[in-house]
Design a protein. Structure first.
Length: 436
């Protein structure tokens, strides 16, 4: 076994030894109640899913294996002042902070595993150039599915005790390939298919930045390390993570399962929101005729947007009740590297104004910004202005969390996910019976 697989197996066996008696003792312990409002409301907040890699707290935000984003920035191995996503993947898989040597090994391991078949490029090149980048990403990943160790070994008659091993191999291989496939999509769609070869001297996320070819600014590479880290996971209940988990519970391999998450991430209520934010800001700039609007102009534009029955993109969150720590991490980066950027300053002014306006309505449970409110402005600063592509960046990062958890799902032998659905007629009868 390689060093990460061995560490993961050791941790998982210890966890299983602890979980089995816990489950036996507490199998019928009630930890939550489901309301009819939750049934109608998209199962919002129902505690019914095991997700080991991260936990979202309404007040503190996301914690990866117990570590907040500020703590990750100080404790994970870093480059250019930002944490390496390799370190976060190691942490999510093993519940241990890796060493510098560990993350260097993992960077090299992903480089070694980056084997992309020629037919993947042919498949992508067969698509119209106006095909949405997220559609291209899903198709490109599915074209890699023939590499799946899990599917091959399952067809040969694999023992279920080995499911985790093959899933680990698939997860590692898929993560290794993602930056080059994603960068290829960007270059063919927006840069005349003038491709840039990977640089194997770079770490995983800075190599992605290099292959995008937007700029060789070292600060952009640092941004990509931060971006890939803070978007990597957000517990299991969000749509993309849950989609991967659900598909994975059927024993679909990592490629099929991950594409399920990509499709969920492409929805306007999920990952597509990051491009909606920058689009709204550009529309504001065009409408006001200035990239340096006053606070009064911004406040009026926000109120006008609400009056038209539209939402302020990037504001509000299903769980969080404070500013998203991922937003604050990006704000800190921008303050260090681009404090005078006009679009970034609009983002900061909106941050000062929008919560007050939304809070005054009395209808918004969380008037604070989420991660999407800031990311686009920083990307535009470095020249990545094609906002249709932003969700691809999100998807590449999210692979780290969902695939780490897929490995845990397989080694824990979690069952097929199958909640019980209800009809409206059943609920009416149940409520009437309770009244009697």
């Amino acid at each position: 076994m390689d060093r990460l697989k061995s560490k993961f197996y050791e941790k998982a066996m210890a966890a299983i030894a602890e979980m089995k008696p816990f489950m036996k003792e507490h199998d019928n312990t009630i930890i939550d109640q489901v309301t009819i409002g939750q049934v109608f409301g998209g199962m919002r907040g129902i505690k019914s899913m095991l997700w080991e890699t991260s936990l979202l707290d309404a007040e503190e935000g996301i914690r990866f294996r117990g570590y907040s984003i500020p703590e990750l920035k100080t404790q994970l191995p870093s480059r250019g002042g930002e944490p390496l996503p390799e370190g976060l993947f190691w942490l999510m898989l093993t519940d241990e902070i890796p060493t510098e040597d560990d993350v260097n090994w993992l960077s090299n391991e992903w480089e070694r595993r980056r084997q992309i078949p020629a037919h993947t490029w042919k498949v992508l090149d067969s698509l119209d150039l106006d095909t949405h980048p997220m559609t291209q990403l899903g198709i490109g990943i599915l074209s890699l599915q023939g590499k799946s160790e899990f599917s091959r070994q399952y067809a040969e008659g694999m023992n279920k005790r080995d499911y985790w091993d093959a899933t680990y191999e698939d997860a590692m291989n898929l993560i290794a390939c993602l930056p080059q496939v994603a960068a290829y999509i960007y270059r063919r769609t927006y840069k005349n298919n003038e491709q840039i070869a990977p640089d194997d001297s770079l770490d995983w996320s800075s190599n992605y930045a290099h292959m995008l070819g937007i700029t060789e600014d070292e600060n952009f590479k640092s941004l990509m390390r931060l971006y890939m880290t803070i978007h990597a996971d957000h517990e299991g209940g969000n749509a993309s993570a849950h989609a991967v988990h659900l598909a994975g519970s059927t024993l679909s391999d990592a490629y099929y399962s991950y594409v399920s998450g990509v499709n969920a991430l492409a929805g306007p209520l999920h990952g597509l929101a990051n491009q909606e934010v920058i689009k709204w800001i550009f529309e504001m700039v065009d409408h006001l005729g200035t990239s340096k609007p006053t606070a009064e102009q911004i406040e009026k534009y926000i109120k006008d947007t609400i009056a038209e029955g539209k939402v302020i993109p990037g504001y509000g969150h299903a769980v969080l009740r404070k500013p998203d720590p991922r937003f604050l991490a990006q704000q800190s980066f921008a303050m260090n590297h681009m404090p005078d950027d006009d679009i970034v300053n609009i983002v900061w002014k909106v941050f000062d104004i929008a919560p007050k306006v939304l809070g005054a309505l009395g209808k918004v449970s969380n008037p604070w910004p989420n991660v999407d409110a800031h990311s686009g402005a920083i990307l535009v600063h470095y020249g990545l202005k094609e906002h249709n592509y932003y969700t691809v960046l999100f998807a590449v990062s999210r692979a780290l969390g969902v695939l780490a958890m897929l490995c845990w799902s397989r080694i824990l032998n979690l069952p097929l996910e199958r909640p019980k659905s209800l009809t409206y007629e059943w609920m009416k009868k149940w409520v009437e019976a309770r009244k009697q």
